[in-house]
Ligand binder design. Structure first.
Ligand SMILES: NC(=O)c1ccc[n+]([C@@H]2O[C@H](COP(=O)([O-])OP(=O)(O)OC[C@H]3O[C@@H](n4cnc5c(N)ncnc54)[C@H](O)[C@@H]3O)[C@@H](O)[C@H]2O)c1
Length: 475
C-alpha cells in the first residue's frame, strides 16, 4: 500500500527553500510521537517536523480526517499545521537524511519471549530504528531518546550508531528526553509540562546537543521547567516517575481493601491523607487497578534493572506494586461474582468502559481485560460499552462478548452493571431508567467511585464501590 497524500508528498519532495529550514524528525508515530511532534511543530513554525512510522495504515490515518488515536485537543493542534510544517510519512530514509535532530519514539514493550540477554524490555523496535538512523544518515546527528528505555540504553545506541555509520566523519550525540505525558490529557501535558527533562553526557559535544534540544522546548516551555541532567539520571528518572505514580495507586488500592473490611471510606481517608502537603492530593483515587501500556511494563523494567544490579530487596519492593495491582483487579472481579450469590453463570453482566482510562481509546493492559476474562471464565454473558474503543478490537480479544453502541442497550436486562473506566458520560446516565430495565436484584459495582452511591441505593440498586461499605444498600 502506498501513502500518497499531499502531506506525504510534500515531506518527501524537499524544495530548495525548505532545505534552509531546519528539519527534525521523529521515528514512531504513536500515542507519544504524534502528539509530541505536533505540539513542537505548533510552537516552532520555523522547524520542519516530520513524523515517520513503518506502519503505513497509521501514517495514512495521521494524514486523513480520522486521527489514528483519540486524544482531546489533538485534531485542533494537528489540522492547522499538517502539510505546513508538520508532516507524516513512511519515508524513514529521507526524514533521517534531512534532519539535524532525530527523536526515537518507538514502542518499548515488556519482552515476553525467550529468556537470555533481556533487559526486561523488548528493545528490538528501538534497535531497528537506531540501525535505520545509522544506515540513512548522511551527516552528523543528535539522536534523542523519547521512548521509555532501560538505564544505559544510550550506550547501546552509541554502539549501534557508530558501528553502522556510513562515514567516519559522522558523529552521533545522544540526548535523553523522556516523555511524561499521560494519555487523555496529552495535549495539556505537552502544552504546559511540569518539566522537560534533557539528559546528556557532560562533555562539550553532549552539552551542545542538550542545548539544541532544550532550544526547541524553549519556544513554549519556561526555562525553569527545562531540567538538565546526566544521561543515566534522565533515563532512570522516567522509570522512577512511573514507579512512584503506580506506587501511589497501589497504596490507595491496598487501603481500599482495608476500608471495605473495616467500614472506613477510602475517599474520606484519601482526602484527609492528601491534605498533608508532604503527601499531596493527586493520584489518590482508589480503583479497580491501573492499566495502560506504561506503568506495568516500566515497573517490570525497573524490577529487572534492580535484579540485574544485584539489588533483590529493591526489586522486591517495586515488584510488590505490581503484585498488589494484579490482586486488586482479581479481587474486584471476585467481588462481583461473590456478591451475586457466588455465581454469574448465565447471568448478564454489563461492563461500562474498556479503555484503560477516560478520554482515550487505548485499552492496552486495561483493567477491563482482566475483569472480563474472569467474568467470561465464570460463564457470564458479558455486554460491553465503551465510547471510544472499537467493538472490533474488543471482539478480537473476547469473541463471545457483545458490544453495544450505548450504555442503555448494554445494561438492558442485565443482572449487574460494572463500571471499569471513569468516562464522564457514565456519571450522567439516567440510572433510574437503567434500573427499571435490569433484572432484579440489580447490582452495580462502581470500580472508579464516580457515581452517587446513595442516590443509586435509593433507586433500588445493590451498591458496591471500591473501598466503601454500604450494608444498607446491599441486602
Ligand atoms: N503511551 C503513553 O502514554 C506514553 C507516555 C510516555 C512515554 N511513553 C513511551 O513512549 C514510547 C512510545 O509509546 P507509544 O505509546 O507512542 O507507542 P505506540 O505503540 O503507540 O507507537 C510506537 C510506534 O512506533 C512505530 N515503530 C516501531 N518500530 C519502528 C521502526 N523501527 N521504524 C519506524 N516506526 C517504528 C510503530 O509502528 C508504532 O506506530 C514507549 O517507549 C512508551 O513507553 C508512552
Amino acid at each position: 500500500m502506498s501513502v500518497t497524500t499531499t502531506a506525504t508528498k510534500t515531506a518527501a519532495t524537499t524544495t530548495a527553500s525548505e532545505k534552509k529550514q531546519k528539519t527534525i524528525c521523529c521515528i514512531g508515530a504513536g500515542y507519544v510521537g504524534g502528539p509530541t511532534m505536533a505540539v513542537i511543530a505548533k510552537h516552532c513554525p520555523n522547524l520542519r517536523v516530520i513524523v515517520v512510522d513503518r506502519d503505513e495504515r497509521r501514517i495514512e490515518a495521521w494524514n486523513s480526517a480520522e486521527m489514528p488515536i483519540f486524544e482531546p485537543g489533538l485534531a485542533e493542534v494537528v489540522l492547522p499545521i499538517r502539510g505546513r510544517n508538520l508532516f507524516f510519512s513512511t519515508d524513514v530514509a529521507s526524514a533521517v537524511r534531512d534532519s539535524e535532530i532525530i527523536f526515537l519514539c518507538v514502542n518499548t514493550p515488556t519482552k515476553e519471549y525467550g529468556s537470555y540477554g533481556t533487559t526486561g524490555y523488548d528493545m528490538s523496535s528501538y534497535e531497528s530504528a537506531a540501525r535505520d538512523v545509522a544506515r540513512f544518515a548522511e551527516s552528523s546527528k543528535v539522536v534523542v531518546e523519547k521512548s521509555t528505555v532501560p538505564v544505559r540504553t544510550a550506550e547501546m545506541l552509541r554502539k549501534v550508531l557508530y558501528a553502522n555509520r556510513r562515514s567516519q566523519d559522522y558523529a552521533f550525540e545522544i540526548v535523553s528526553s523522556p516523555e511524561f505525558l499521560a494519555e487523555g490529557t496529552a495535549i495539556h501535558n505537552l502544552e504546559q509540562p511540569d518539566r522537560m527533562l534533557v539528559g546528556s553526557l557532560d562533555t562539550p559535544e553532549g552539552r551542545a546537543a542538550a542545548d539544541a534540544v532544550a532550544e526547541i522546548y524553549r519556544a513554549w516551555v519556561p526555562e525553569e521547567r527545562i531540567i538538565k541532567t546526566g544521561l543515566w539520571s534522565s533515563e532512570l528518572t522516567k522509570l522512577a516517575a512511573n514507579a512512584f505514580l503506580a506506587q501511589r495507586i497501589s497504596s490507595i488500592n491496598a487501603m481500599s481493601a482495608l476500608c471495605e473490611a473495616t467500614g472506613a471510606d477510602v475517599q474520606q481517608v484519601a482526602q484527609a491523607v492528601g491534605a498533608d502537603r508532604r503527601v499531596g492530593p493527586y493520584f489518590l483515587n482508589a480503583s479497580v487497578g491501573f492499566g495502560g501500556s506504561c506503568f506495568g511494563k516500566d515497573l517490570a523494567g525497573l524490577v529487572y534493572l534492580c535484579e540485574s544490579c544485584g539489588l533483590p530487596e529493591v526489586a522486591e519492593y517495586w515488584r510488590q506494586v505490581l503484585t498488589l495491582n494484579a490482586w486488586q483487579k482479581k479481587r474486584w472481579a471476585k467481588l462481583v461474582v461473590k456478591s451475586m450469590f457466588g455465581t454469574v453463570k448465565n447471568k448478564t453482566v454489563c461492563v461500562l468502559g474498556f479503555a484503560f482510562k477516560k478520554d482515550t481509546g487505548d485499552f492496552r493492559d486495561s483493567a477491563a481485560i482482566d475483569i472480563i476474562q474472569i467474568l467470561v471464565e465464570e460463564k457470564a454473558h458479558v455486554f460491553v460499552y465503551d465510547p471510544k474503543v472499537s467493538p472490533v478490537e474488543i471482539n478480537r480479544m473476547f469473541p463471545t462478548v457483545t458490544c453495544e453502541k450505548n450504555a442503555y442497550t448494554a445494561a438492558y436486562q442485565a443482572h449487574a452493571l460494572v463500571i471499569v473506566t471513569e468516562w464522564d458520560e457514565f456519571k450522567t446516565l439516567d440510572y433510574a431508567r437503567i434500573y427499571a430495565s435490569m433484572a432484579k436484584p440489580a447490582f452495580i459495582f462502581d470500580g472508579r467511585n464516580i457515581l452517587d452511591h446513595h442516590a443509586l441505593g435509593r433507586i433500588g440498586f445493590k451498591v458496591h464501590a471500591v473501598g466503601k461499605c454500604y450494608p444498607q444498600y446491599q441486602f
